[in-house]
Write a protein that binds this ligand. Structure first.
Ligand code: FES
Ligand code: FES
Length: 170
């Protein structure tokens, strides 16, 4: 069978449009990483571990299982859109303050997912937070208690989690 030619696409990522050229069926994760947005990571590749989580129109999505051409004009937010190395977003700041990671591999996906939760539910209770993370995210280092401490501190403070979503990419 003759392979289909790559298709040029425009994606709306972190508040700006980028151009990508991908083979049909290429996961969004691969397209983002090829475009230099390497904060979104590859783990299981099957939608189970959560390290590749991005927000699509504010909803957490496993970018490893979403074909790039299915994104259309939806707004994609990656970890780079939540802050920068110089100016961390509120969720990132809380994680840094509380050293809420060990190896750190899972953390970008968790920060993106929590940002999505807090944007729709600014004051989630513990059960909602656990349910939100439990159904999508695996931390093999077992940093869960520190992650929850960081979320508790964020919710106890005045920072607005949603404010980080408009931050610059990097
Ligand atoms: S790499 Fe996408 S969910 Fe694991
Ligand atoms: S901090 Fe290592 S997998 Fe979560």
């Amino acid at each position: 069978m003759t392979p289909r030619p790559p298709i040029p696409l425009a994606l709306q990522v972190n508040g700006r449009w980028i151009s990508v050229t991908v083979a049909q069926g290429t996961p969004l994760l691969a397209a983002l990483r090829a475009a230099g947005l390497t904060g979104t990571r590859f783990g299981c590749g099957e939608g189970h571990c959560g390290v590749c989580t991005v927000l699509v129109n504010g909803r957490p999505v496993a970018s490893c299982t979403l074909a790039t051409e299915q994104v259309g004009s939806a707004e994609i937010t990656t970890i780079e859109g939540l802050g920068s190395a110089d100016v961390a977003g509120p969720v990132q700041s809380a994680f840094l303050d509380h050293q809420a990671a060990q190896c750190g591999y899972c953390i970008n996906g968790i920060i993106v997912a929590l940002t999505g939760l807090l944007a729709r539910r600014p004051r989630p209770d513990r059960a909602e937070i656990l349910a939100w993370l439990d159904e999508r995210h695996i931390c093999r280092c077992g940093a869960h208690l520190r992650i929850l401490r960081a979320v508790d501190a964020l919710l106890a403070g005045d920072a607005s989690p949603a404010a980080g979503m408009a931050g610059p990419g990097q």
